[in-house]
Design a protein around this ligand. Structure first.
Ligand SMILES: [Zn+2]
Length: 86
């Protein structure tokens, strides 16, 4: 498993970057992308996972897309309003 740590400051935006790893509590997290392969039903797939990766235990905190989070909040708010109207 190979992690390519983001060098470009514009790519580093997660709140986890530079934080202590919550899994092992020893390492430091860095935003980056990990390339790997997964085999599902005999077919190999390449994947890349953007996360904040620990330099010690190798675990990572998956970074949520803030745009998606905003739309989820909007969705929940819309649902709440619908319930009030019903
Ligand atoms: Zn760790």
């Amino acid at each position: 498993m190979e992690v390519e740590v983001f060098e470009d400051v514009d790519q580093i935006w997660s709140k986890w970057h530079g934080q202590r790893c919550p899994m092992c509590k020893e390492g430091v997290l860095s935003d980056g992308v990990r390339y790997g392969t997964k085999e599902i039903a005999g077919i190999k797939y390449e994947y890349k996972q953007v996360a904040s990766w620990c330099d010690t235990c190798g675990d990572g905190v998956i970074i949520n897309n803030p745009i998606k989070e905003v739309s989820l909040e909007e969705f929940l708010e819309a649902q709440r309003l619908q319930k009030l109207e019903a």
